[in-house]
Write a protein that binds this ligand. Sequence first.
Ligand SMILES: [Zn+2]
Length: 109
Amino acid sequence: MKVLQEYLEALAECASIAPPQRQERLLLSYAELRFQRKGGGRCAICQTTVRHVLRVRAEREPGVVLEYACLCHRCLQAERALSTRVVLSLGQAQVTYHGNLPALLPDVN
Ligand SMILES: [Zn+2]
């Protein structure tokens, strides 16, 4: 099974990659494996077909959290622009992106 072999190769390669990229790479490899076995999904916002089905949790501001079963690349980029934090997950694997907006509150360190 070619896709499983690619996933295992990605796991092996990831040992030498820095943690943030490693998590992203593993998540996408896992999503690709799922696509090959179960097919893709549809974007929760625009209904576009999506290859890599990843749950999206977007934190817009304190207390405002939006969750989507799946988003297309374009809608995901829009959420990243509007959110302070976006978490993609598939099973136990997850990747966190910090949004493009400046933090609403200054860091207190
Ligand atoms: Zn979309």
